[in-house]
Structure formats: C-alpha cells, structure tokens
Design a protein around this ligand. Structure first.
Ligand code: PHE
Length: 436
C-alpha cells in the first residue's frame, strides 16, 4: 500500500495538477477532474490492483497468466507490454522535471530566493530552461537516483520512508498554505478553483482531466499492477484504493490553492504552463520567515515523491526482463536507464535548442510525450484492463480478489464495466474527430 501511495503521489500532484488547472479554465478542470477520479480513477485502480494480486507477476506475464486462467487468447499480454513502454516514455520527461526540482533544492539553499520579486522569479526559471547543460546535469542526476534503486531491486526501506515522508509533505504544505492564506489572495484562488463555471467545460478540458486522473493515480501502465501483486491477501483492495485516491487528490488540490493564492496576489498568469510552481513558490520561500529552510525541505520532499514515482515507472519493464531473460537486474537497469536517459536528453533540449522541433500537431518533444502518454496510452491501458476484468475474467475470480459486499461489488462492476469504458471511449472518439 505504501509503495502504491509512493507511486501515485509525485510530480503529478505538485507540479502538473496546478498548472493543468490554470491552462484548462480553473474550476471547470477541477470539477471534471474530481468526477473522473471518482467515476473512473477509483474503480479502475481497484481493477488494476486486483489484476496484479491475482496474477502475482509482472504486467506482461501477468496478463498472459490471467488470460490463460480465463481461457482467453494470450494476446492480452501485449496490454502488459504496452504499459511497460508507456512507463518508459513517461520517465523520459518525468526525470527532466525531477531534475528541475533537484535544481531548486540548491537554489533554495544558496539564498537566490531571498526577497525575490515575481518578475525575478520568472526570469530565474527561464534562465534554467534556457541552459541545456544545467537541465542535462540535473536530468542525469535524477535518472541516476532512480536507476540505482532499481538496479538493486526496490527495497522496503524506501517504501517505509514513505511512512514519514508523505505525512511530512502534507505538514509542510499546511505551512505553505498558512503563509499563502496570510499574504496571498486566497479568496481569488478559491473562486478560481471551486466556483462552478460550466461554460468553461470543453471537450479538451474533459480530455485533459481524464488523462490527468490516470497520470495522477499511476493508472493504466502496470505500475499499480506490480504493486498489487505485492499486496497481501487480507488487505482490502477497496479501502486501500480509496485512501490513496483521496490523499492523492487532496494533496494536489491543496497545492493548487497555495499556488493560486500567490499567483493572484502577485499578478502572475494562471496559465503559465509547466513552469508555474517554479515561478511561484520561490516568491513565498523568499519572503516568509525561515523561508530558506522551508524551501529546501519542500523541494526535497517533492524530489523524494518524484523519486518513488519514477521507480514505479521502470519497475514493470525491469521485472519482466529479469523474470524472462538471463540478464542480471543491474545490467538491465543501467541499459534501460541509458535508453530513457537519451530520450530525456531530447526532452531537455526541447525546452531550449530544439524548441522549434515539432513532432505532431505543432507539439514539441516534451509536449508530444506528455500528451501521448496521459491522454492516449494511459486511458487506453485502463480501458483494456477494465474490459478484461469486466468481461473476460471469471466473475467469481474478480469477486474473490475484491471481496466486497454485494452492493459495493455491483457498484464497482457498474463503474468498471459501463461508466469507465463509455467515458474513455467517448473521449477517444472525440480525440479522433469522430464526435465533433
Ligand atoms: N502518479 C505519478 C505522479 O503523480 C506519476 C506516474 C504516472 C507514476 C504513471 C507511475 C505511472 O507523479
């Protein structure tokens, strides 16, 4: 359970959710996102955990074993394979952003935030983006941190650390929130995020919110399946899922409030995009008493949360290699790590030298990887898992894993078999231009 929470809580909550809210019309995004968490995220997280616990294997072999158990074609194993690949693609940009966080630990430490103005903070962030060497350096450090854990085998020490670090993250966030409340413009932030504005709900908002629900809960690529395979028999899948999903969502929304309160007080643009927290947080840390220490701690905690998530992005692929080939774990880890590092190099360059390189629909390398994984691959993975568990597995096997009372089981089944597939398919049909 701790490992799954460690995977779910990461840059998705602290870096991505706040800026996604801003670029997607504020409260409209928040509303759809929360609905997606409840109607799609929670049921599908239960599904993915149950598949993992039943299969007791890496996603590819696991899907194959489940298909065989259900007397179905082993073509389902490619669903596991697709998930592993998705994880590697995500890590390609995740580690670059993880690198930004590492850089900011040092910035907080060397006093560069002290007394900083909003304009200086934005300039500071732009300077980081325009320095390929800095980005590459920190991306390399982050990849190294991730792969050295994976090379040794994910150990329980790191998971136990989550026990202390996740509550610490909440605690320090409360400090930040208190500060934002006293000097920021909390009422504007609250209105921006929670005052319903149905007119701003567009198909793109729905698409982004659904994609982010998958990203934030680590769904659709097998990470949760791997951790589900470690979940003990007596632990309730439903309860585990609900705790994790609520903590994950709450954390993200609280970060959002803290950030937007500062954004509005400092007349920054809410739709600044991926740099949002890096432009805003230094202003808070640069002015609050003890800001350097709190800033260092805050960025360290974010880095830690990102680290435990990044491990879960590669672990499915490594587990498959180790269980199926003679390649040793550390060789597999460093080789795959090198390939992902190379991908990350192109992502880092897409913020400066290669900014003009567009891959598809006018998106640069970073944007392409981000959109491809969050809005297509993760929801597709989730959709197929839902269909597999709902229509291909024996109902009795599903019931054994979920171990729910009749009513709760029916509710899961309805959301997994009907609501989630319809919602995801509708979004895909829109994406491919079939529904306009
Ligand atoms: N959920 C993680 C986060 O919010 C990212 C992630 C996505 C991790 C998919 C694993 C799989 O940062």
């Amino acid at each position: 359970m701790l490992a799954t929470a460690g995977s779910a809580i990461g840059l998705g909550n602290i870096w991505k959710l706040p800026y996604m809210i801003g670029v997607n019309g504020g409260s409209a995004f928040v509303m759809v996102f929360v609905i997606c968490i409840f109607l799609v995220g929670i049921p599908l997280m239960m599904t993915e955990i149950l598949l993992g616990r039943r299969a007791q294997k890496n996603p590819l072999d696991g899907m194959q074993a489940l298909a065989i158990e259900a007397n179905k074609s082993s073509i389902w194993k490619y669903l596991g394979g697709m998930g592993m690949l998705t994880g590697l693609l995500i890590l390609g940009f995740y580690s670059v952003i993880g690198g930004w966080v590492l850089n900011y630990i040092f910035e907080a430490g060397n006093g560069s935030f002290t007394g900083i103005s909003a304009a200086q903070s934005t300039a500071n962030f732009d300077a980081l983006l325009s320095s390929p060497l800095k980005l590459l350096f920190w991306h390399t450090v982050f990849m190294f941190m991730t792969m050295s854990v994976v090379a040794h085998g994910v150990n329980s020490g790191l998971e136990k650390a989550n026990n202390i670090l996740i509550p610490s993250l909440f605690a320090i966030l409360l400090v930040l929130l208190g500060y934002s409340m006293s000097v920021g413009n909390m009422s504007a932030a609250y209105q921006f995020m929670f005052k319903p504005d149905f007119s701003k709900i567009t198909p793109v908002v729905v698409l982004s919110a659904l994609g982010h629900a998958f990203f934030s809960l680590s769904l659709g690529m097998g990470a949760v399946m791997v951790y589900g395979s470690y979940l003990q028999r007596h632990v309730s899948i439903a309860r585990t899922t609900i705790y994790i999903a609520l903590a994950d969502t709450l954390l993200g929304l609280l970060v959002g409030l803290a950030i937007y309160s500062l954004v509005f007080a400092n007349h920054l643009a809410p739709n600044a995009g991926p740099g949002l927290i890096f432009q805003t947080l230094p202003i808070a840390f640069g002015h609050m008493p003890g800001g350097s220490i709190i800033g260092i701690l805050f960025f360290m905690l974010i880095a830690f949360a990102a680290w435990t998530s990044s491990i879960s992005l590669v672990e499915p692929a490594i587990a498959w290699i180790v269980e199926n080939t003679k390649v040793k774990r550390h060789i597999a880890a460093w080789t795959l790590g090198f390939a992902v590092w190379l991908l990350g190099v192109t992502v880092a360059l897409s913020f400066n030298e290669w900014r003009g390189v567009k891959i598809i629909f006018g998106l640069n390398i970073f944007e392409t990887l981000d959109k491809l994984t969050s809005t297509i691959l993760l929801p597709l993975g989730g959709l197929l898992m839902a269909i597999f568990a709902g229509y291909f597995m024996q109902k009795q096997h599903v019931q054994e894993e979920l171990d729910l009372q009749d009513k709760a089981f029916k509710l899961w089944r309805f959301t997994n078999n009907v609501i989630a597939p319809i919602a995801i398919t509708a979004v895909f049909l829109y994406l491919f231009g079939i529904i306009k």
